[in-house]
Design a protein around this ligand. Structure first.
Ligand SMILES: Nc1ncnc2c1ncn2[C@@H]1O[C@H](COP(=O)(O)OP(=O)(O)OP(=O)(O)O)[C@@H](O)[C@H]1O
Ligand SMILES: [Mg+2]
Length: 229
C-alpha cells in the first residue's frame, strides 16, 4: 500500500538471487516498496538478510534479476549504465558500508569529486565541499590525505561526499558504524537536519537503534519481502 505524499521511487516485484544451482539463495523474492518524497526510513535486521543488496539496488549500483524500479517517472532498469551513472551523480548520495575514499587525495578533493563529475565550476565545488566538511566537523582537516584520518573521520568524509550535491535521496549503509557516540549523534542530527532543510529522502541501513528510532519508518527483509520491522 502506498503512503500519503508523492512517490519518489517505486519498486515492483524485485527478485535478486545469488549463487548457482543447487546453492541459490533468494535474497529478494517479489519485494515491493514505495519510497515517498522526503521520507526517512531505517532498514534493519540480522547480518546477511540482504540489507546492502537492497540498498545497492535502490541506488542503481546493482540490478535485480527481475522487477521494475520507477524513479521520478523513469524506468531505471531500462536505462543504460552510463545514464544511470549520470542520474546517480546528481540525484543519489551513497555512503557505503565500507567507505570507498580515494587514497592519496585530501578530504577536500574526495568531497569535490561529485561536483567535478557534474562539471560544476571549481570555485563552486570548493565552496560546497568546504561547507559540507565543516558541517561534519572536519573544518580543520580539509587538506589531510584521507588515509591519515581516523576511521571515524574517514566515515565523515564519506558522508560529506554523499551529501555535497544535495541529492534527492541519501542511501547510507551503517553510516555511523565506526563513530563514537558523540560523533554518531551529531551525524544523526545532520541527517535529520538535511531531511528537513532540503526535503532529502533518507534511507539508512543500521544496527544502531538510536538512529533507527529517529527515522519515521523501519523495515526489515523476511522471506525475500520488505516488511515493517
Ligand atoms: N555478489 C554476491 N555473490 C554471492 N552472494 C552474495 C553477493 N552479495 C551478497 N551475497 C550474499 O547475499 C546475502 C545478503 O548480503 P548483504 O550484503 O545484502 O547482507 P546484509 O544484510 O547487508 O548483511 P550485513 O549486516 O552483514 O552487512 C549474504 O548471505 C551474502 O553472502
Ligand atoms: Mg551490509
Amino acid at each position: 500500500m502506498d503512503d500519503a505524499g508523492s512517490v519518489l521511487m517505486r519498486l515492483t516485484q524485485i527478485t535478486k538471487k545469488f549463487g548457482t544451482p543447487p546453492d541459490v539463495i533468494n535474497i529478494l523474492d517479489g519485494s515491493e516498496f514505495t519510497i515517498t518524497q522526503g521520507m526517512t526510513l531505517a532498514v534493519v535486521g540480522a547480518s546477511g538478510i540482504g540489507k546492502s543488496t537492497l540498498l545497492n539496488i535502490i541506488g542503481t549500483l546493482d540490478r535485480p534479476d527481475k522487477g521494475q524500479i520507477m524513479f521520478q517517472g523513469r524506468d531505471l532498469l531500462s536505462m543504460k549504465d552510463d545514464q544511470l551513472a549520470a542520474l546517480r551523480n546528481k540525484r543519489i548520495g551513497f555512503v557505503f558500508q565500507f567507505h570507498y575514499l580515494l587514497q592519496g587525495f585530501s578530504a577536500m578533493e574526495n568531497v569535490m569529486i561529485p561536483g567535478l563529475i557534474a562539471k560544476k565550476s571549481k570555485k563552486m565545488v570548493e565552496n560546497l565541499a568546504q561547507n559540507m566538511l565543516e558541517r561534519v566537523g572536519l573544518a580543520d582537516r580539509y587538506h589531510h590525505r584521507v588515509e591519515d584520518l581516523s576511521g571515524g573521520e574517514q566515515q565523515r568524509v564519506a558522508i560529506a561526499r554523499a551529501l555535497v550535491m544535495k541529492p534527492d535521496i541519501l542511501l547510507a549503509d551503517e553510516p555511523t558504524g565506526n563513530l563514537d557516540e558523540k560523533n554518531a549523534d551529531s551525524l544523526h542530527a545532520l541527517i535529520t537536519e538535511l531531511n528537513k532543510e532540503l526535503g532529502m529522502t533518507v534511507i539508512v541501513v543500521t544496527h544502531n537503534m538510536k538512529l533507527a528510532r529517529m527515522m519515521e519508518k523501519t523495515v526489515t527483509i523476511q522471506n525475500g519481502k520488505i516488511i515493517p520491522a
